[in-house]
Ligand binder design. Structure first.
Ligand code: ZN
Length: 156
């Protein structure tokens, strides 16, 4: 387990399409553990492999319920709409308003390469959409309505 370096906006890898994972290996298992460590250390709720410099279709998410590992995730269904603040560990210190579906259903493989589906609403739906877009080299900053804003400092 280790903390990996998070790539930031401007890094080319964040613009590339990531590749399918075809077989689980000890190296990928280690990557998954490192991604959780890195996400928790940065107080994030989701992290995609390209954000730590790995071009694989792999995402980890923890919105406060169960930690999720999503390998080769595909959005099957969306419905509704939500508009709210969104941030990204690759765009530190900034947030912006983004409209997303309020519900999504996603198919993915878990860390044992077993297929499963997960349904998310509100924050989890937003997070699933955001992270899956990273796998296609897309960043939320291109969807922001209005301008990126500085995260309000928490004061002392
Ligand atoms: Zn992000």
């Amino acid at each position: 387990m280790a903390i990996r370096n998070i790539r930031v906006l401007g890094d080319e890898i964040l613009t590339k399409r990531a590749k399918e994972v075809t077989v689980m290996t000890p190296k990928i298992k280690e990557l998954i553990g490192d991604m959780f460590d890195t996400m928790y250390e940065a107080n994030g709720v989701g992290l995609a492999a390209p954000q730590v410099g790995i071009r694989k279709r792999l995402v980890v998410i923890d919105c406060g319920d169960d930690p999720l590992v999503l390998i080769n995730p595909v959005i099957l269904e969306t419905s509704g709409e939500q508009s709210g603040q969104e941030g990204c560990l690759s765009v530190p210190g900034k947030v912006g308003i983004v409209t997303r579906p309020n519900y999504v259903k996603v198919k993915a493989y878990d860390e044992n390469m077993n297929e499963y589906t997960v349904e998310g609403q509100e924050l989890l739906a937003r997070c699933l959409c955001h992270e899956i877009e990273h796998l296609d080299g897309k960043m939320y900053v291109d969807r922001v309505e209005g301008e990126l804003m500085d995260v309000e400092s928490e004061g002392e």
